[in-house]
Design a binder for this molecule. Structure first.
Ligand code: GTP
Ligand code: MG
Length: 195
């Protein structure tokens, strides 16, 4: 599906470190522990490509991965991790803002929402930032395998209601399980289809 190498490219801690903006780019944003790194592993079929861990706040850089020669997928630092030092959180937030507002080739942000928890206030904040940055975003509900159907429907409804308030939101929600593989092919096709 993605012609060319799938690999880790680099981790970036400042805008000056970004790789050349020469291809279609998508990013994954979401609270710490929501499953961003796991989803990148599932998408690429490479189990340990993006580090996934139980320790929230593990991914502290903007990590670039190539999906073939024509695409980058970007793993953003998780937000809403209360135990990180204030100065660290501020630094992440500033970099995140600069990245979202300044990256010309960023075609879509995927905002990951834990299907058990639904949209929280920190998710609202990032969605508002994406509205302001005019970056189209699409919600991915993660960890579907952890939920029974009635709860799924309830949280999906809550999420849809939250999206209705955001002009940059793409209406279709993708439901995934990195563990079981649900929704992974759908997400690949969405990314492959962006130009
Ligand atoms: P940060 O890098 O800290 O922001 O976290 P992250 O969003 O990258 O989360 P990560 O992928 O590290 O996953 C956090 C935890 O959730 C890990 O223990 C994963 O194994 C688990 N997890 C991720 N996706 C799924 C899923 O689809 N199903 C289940 N059951 N567990 C998952
Ligand atoms: Mg991570």
């Amino acid at each position: 599906m993605f012609a060319g190498p799938v690999d880790f490219v680099k981790g970036v801690v400042a805008m000056s470190g970004l790789p050349p903006a020469d291809r279609v780019e998508v990013c994954f944003a979401g609270r710490s522990n929501v499953g961003k790194s796991s989803l990148i592993n599932a998408l690429t079929g490479r189990k340990n490509l993006a580090r996934a861990s139980n320790t929230p706040g593990r991914t502290q850089e903007i990590n670039f991965f190539s999906l073939g020669e024509a695409r980058y997928v970007v793993d953003l630092p998780g937000y809403g991790f209360a135990e990180a030092p204030v100065a660290t959180v501020r630094k992440w937030q500033e970099l995140l803002k600069q990245y979202l507002q300044g990256r010309q080739t960023l075609r879509r942000a995927f905002v990951l929402i834990d299907s058990r928890h639904g949209v929280k206030s920190v998710d609202e904040e990032i969605m508002t930032l994406l509205d302001k940055s005019a970056v189209t975003f699409q919600v991915v509900m993660t960890k579907m395998d952890k939920l029974a159907r009635p709860e799924r429907e309830k949280n999906l409804d809550q999420t849809r209601a939250a999206l209705a308030k955001h002009p940059a939101a793409y209406p279709e929600i993708v439901m995934t399980s990195s563990e079981k593989g649900d929704g992974i092919e759908t997400l690949r096709a969405i990314i492959a289809g962006l130009e």
